[in-house]
Each structure stands twice: as structure tokens, then as C-alpha cells.
Design a binder for this molecule. Structure first.
Ligand code: HEC
Ligand code: HEC
Length: 410
């Protein structure tokens, strides 16, 4: 029943394609044509007909290019979702974004000065935005968007239990959910209840500071593209220039907005390839043995979801949705929610082996894409992950290669 989508090379953002050569996009062409061994932009199985139509509309909106007439800016980072989330897998440094202004759990001090995100591009006639003096900043590269509806359906209790089970971990792995304040107009997720201080477990974004896909999509339109929605009706620009006329709100209508939320909720999970290959199996066993799996959880279960296809499923995202102290090298001095500046959400590893296909043969890993190989990414693991990273470096070359082969099968 599910529609399939063909991946085609370098068509949707001309400038991006020219700059980095062989970026690919997911573009709906005709049913049954996506190759799941190449990309991850199709829908989950078992959507109803009306859900498939909604997904298709969301797909169009996700890759639609906005301009000033359709609400873009005046400050923005890219002109479409797909411009950064090419093929719904990991993003390219060309569209990296910069956040600034928060150093601890007391919140962002630069909200009135353009924070939390730098509008690195602007429409003609506007002065380029600068990071205010004294504001700590960090760079974020787009994470994979596939499989997110399943991550949204993992119950809070499951996340809390994963943190509890680390209490006596001999490697010093701890991790905690990122509890953050959630704006009151964001609809509650099923089964999610606030802590005594009113904060909720959040799970999206590199710092896991975003509550739900609705909130994430509203923030993406607002901060990444300068587009207002019912959920975030004020353009960040109006904080910079109080005399500016308010944007004609909302610049993305509710039907389009909801279709995009549905699209990112129902993107398929990347399938593992070559799972039965003996080297992949050996690498998987070593991955568990040296402690990577303590954070990069191989198996999670979803709970109830209003979308039947996402309810009570077993998934292999290789994340625990917790934030972990990753040590000094990854401490950018900027944070969100109640994460420390050195804390990051365990990156889901699914789709890792497909990332190269959509990034012109290269990969850019970790929150700012600074690692250009899986080995480099592992070397950067400090703090709570230092012990397992050290164990990786003590493996024989053959064993290390098995771990890499396994990771490339994801
Ligand atoms: C300028 C590049 C850029 C654009 C444009 C952009 N994104 Fe993103 N997206 C990112 C980055 C970077 C992150 C990680 C943000 C964070 O850590 O808070 C992200 C995170 C996400 C996530 C959460 C993924 C996760 O693993 O938690 C979703 C969902 C998402 N974006 C959807 C969208 C949608 C929908 C649009 C268009 C309305 C969009 N994005 C536009 C760069 C972009
Ligand atoms: C203490 C928890 C923890 C442990 C243990 C751990 N990781 Fe990670 N891993 C993370 C976090 C957090 C990130 C994201 C860091 C960042 O973005 O700066 C990450 C990122 C990665 C990435 C980059 C993924 C991407 O798409 O950018 C890879 C690859 C990876 N880990 C592999 C491993 C391997 C292999 C091991 C075992 C040797 C391991 N990790 C052990 C928490 C952990």
C-alpha cells in the first residue's frame, strides 16, 4: 500500500547542488521506485490511503522552495527543509546552522537579540545578522529525519528506565533525559506528564531539547527559514526590529504545516543491510562488548501512537534519547534545556551507512560534522564514552574494521 519514492541526484536546490556536486534529494516521481538500499525517504508501511495522500503532500512541502513572496526570511539559513535534510539523511556542512546565547539551564539570554539562532542569510536590503558580543555559540549539522515518528512514540517511562539502568555502569556512563519547558500551545504527546517543576522530557534535536515533532517543525520553519506558523506566530526578526510590521501570520498554513509534521512522523526507518554477513555479525557483537551499545541502544519499543503503523513496534535506532557528557573536545560552551554544554543526545546510528550516498561520497559526523570518518567520530568520544572509545582503539585492526563494517550496514 505504501507509495515509493525515487531518489534523484542534485535537482532541488540548484545552488547547493552546484556547490557540493552530487547531493541527492527525495523527489516523488512514481510509486514503488525508491531503493531502500540507497535512501530513506519513503513512508512507513501500512499507512491508510488518506495517510499516504497526506504523506505525499508533506513530501512536496518539505522539498518546496520558499522565497520572499511565500514567507521566507527576512533572515533564514536555507530556503527549504530538504535543502538541509537532503534525502532525509544526515546533512552537509554547507547548510550548517549556528545557535548562540545559552550556557546553562537558566535559559537563553539573547532571545531579544536574534537568539537562539543566527539568520546567516538575509533578503536583499537587510543588514546581515551578527552573533552579539559575548554570546557562546555552537554549530549544528542536520541529523537524519527518517524514523522520527517511532522515536516520538517511545514512552517517557522507557527513557527514564534507560537512564536508571546506567546508575552503576562501571564505565561511568550515566546520561539523563533533557527536561525542558514546553510552550503551552504545543499539543501534549500521549502519556507524557510534566515533572514537578512543569518541565517535560524532550527528545529531538542534538541536545534533545525539543519536545515533539510539532514543536520541531514549528521551530524549523521559524528559525531556519523565517516562516511563521500558528505555533510560532512571531518572526524572530521582529525581536530585532520592534518597528517592523508583523508578518502576515501564519506564513505556512495549517494544512501544509500538518502535512509536513505527518511527513517527518511517517518517514520509514532505515533498514539494516547485510545483517547476516559474518563480519557484520562479528562487528555487532564487538559493538556491544566494548560498551557502545550502552548508549547506542540497538532495540527500543514504541508505545501507543495515534498512527497505528507506529504503535507498539520494535525499532533499532541505536540511541537511548538521553543526553551524555561527552567530554571537553565536544564542549562548545552552548546548551539548550537542562543539558550541560558538554552534553549531547546519543545520535541515532540508523542510516549511517547510507549517508555517503547522499553527501557526495563523504560523511560529516557528530553535531557539527567535524568527523569525516566513523573512526574519527569514535576518537572524539570523551567523557562518559571515553572508556568504550579507548576499548575500540585497543581492538585489532581486523576487529576495528568489523565494527566499521557493522556500522556501515546500518
Ligand atoms: C538550515 C538547515 C535546516 C533547515 C532549513 C531545516 N532543518 Fe531540520 N534540522 C536542522 C538541524 C541542524 C537540526 C538539529 C537541530 C537541533 O539540534 O536542535 C534539525 C533537526 C530537525 C528535526 C529533528 C531531528 C532529530 O533527530 O531530532 C526535524 C524533525 C527537522 N529538523 C525537520 C525539519 C523540517 C520539517 C524543516 C522545514 C520546515 C527543517 N527541518 C528545516 C537543519 C535544518
Ligand atoms: C556515553 C554514551 C555513548 C557511548 C558509550 C558511545 N557513544 Fe557514540 N555517540 C554518543 C553521543 C552523545 C554522540 C553525539 C556526539 C556529538 O554529536 O557531538 C555519539 C555519536 C556517535 C557517532 C556519530 C553519528 C553521526 O551520525 O554523527 C558514531 C558513529 C558513534 N557515536 C559510534 C559509537 C561507537 C562505535 C561507540 C563505541 C566505541 C560509541 N559510539 C559509544 C554517545 C555515546
Amino acid at each position: 500500500m505504501s507509495k515509493r519514492y525515487l531518489i534523484i541526484s542534485g535537482l532541488f536546490v540548484l545552488t547547493l547542488a552546484i556547490t557540493i556536486g552530487s547531493v541527492s534529494s527525495c523527489k516523488k516521481l512514481m510509486p514503488d521506485m525508491i531503493d531502500p538500499n540507497f535512501g530513506v525517504c519513503g513512508p512507513v508501511d501500512d499507512l491508510t490511503n488518506s495517510q499516504t495522500i497526506l504523506f505525499s503532500r508533506g513530501n512536496d512541502q518539505f522539498f518546496a522552495i520558499r522565497d520572499a513572496a511565500t514567507g521566507l526570511g527576512p533572515y533564514f539559513v536555507s530556503n527549504s527543509c530538504g535543502g538541509c535534510h537532503s534525502s532525509d539523511n544526515r546533512g552537509h556542512p554547507f547548510t550548517i546552522l549556528t545557535r548562540f546565547g545559552q550556557t546553562d539551564s537558566t535559559g537563553n539570554k539573547f532571545l531579544g537579540q536574534g537568539g537562539p539562532q543566527l539568520g546567516s542569510s538575509n533578503l536583499p536590503g537587510y543588514t546581515p545578522e551578527q552573533i552579539p558580543a559575548g554570546a557562546a555559540s555552537s554549530k549544528f549539522i542536520a541529523p537524519i529525519t527518517a524514523g522520527l515518528g517511532f522515536l516520538e512514540a517511545v514512552p517517557d517511562t522507557e527513557i527514564i528506565n534507560m537512564a536508571r539502568r546506567n546508575a552503576n555502569n562501571p564505565d561511568g556512563v550515566r546520561g539523563h533525559p533533557n527536561y525542558s519547558a514546553v510552550p503551552s500551545n504545543i499539543p501534549p504527546l500521549y502519556g507524557s506528564v510534566p515533572r514537578a517543576d512543569g518541565k517535560y522530557i524532550c527528545r529531538f534535536g542534538r541536545k534533545a531539547s525539543t519536545y515533539s515533532l510539532v514543536q520541531q517543525v514549528a521551530a524549523a520553519y521559524n528559525h531556519d527559514m523565517g516562516i511563521t506558523s500558528d505555533y510560532m506566530p512571531i518572526n524572530p526578526y521582529n525581536y530585532l526590529d520592534q518597528t517592523a510590521p508583523p508578518a502576515s501570520s501564519p506564513e505556512v498554513n495549517n494544512d501544509d504545516f500538518n502535512s509536513v509534521v505527518f511527513y517527518v512522523t511517517c518517514l520509514q526507518t532505515p533498514n539494516q543491510r547485510n545483517a547476516d554477513d559474518p563480519t557484520v555479525k562479528r562487528g555487532n557483537a564487538l559493538f556491544v562488548q566494548i560498551g557502545c551499545e550502552t548508549c547506542h541502544k540497538q532495540t527500543l519499543k514504541t508505545g501507543y501512537s495515534p498512527i497505528a503503523a507506529l504503535s507498539n513496534q520494535t525499532i533499532s535506532p541505536f540511541t537511548d534519547l538521553l543526553v551524555h557528557d561527552m567530554g571537553q573536545a565536544l564542549d562548545d560552551g552552548y546548551t539548550e534545556g537542562d543539558a550541560k554544554t558538554s552534553e549531547w543526545r546519543t545520535t541515532p546510528l540508523w542510516g549511517l551507512g547510507l549517508a555517503r550516498n547522499v553527501q557526495g561520497g563523504n560523511i560529516y559526523l557528530m553535531h557539527d560534522g567535524r568527523a569525516h570518518s566513523i573512526q574519527e567520530a569514535i576518537k572524539l568520544h570523551g567523557g562518559e564514552a571515553a572508556a568504550s572509545s579507548a576499548r575500540f582503539s585497543k581492538l585489532s585492526t581486523q576487529e576495528q574494521n568489523a565494527v566499521i563494517t557493522f556500522l556501515n550496514s546500518l
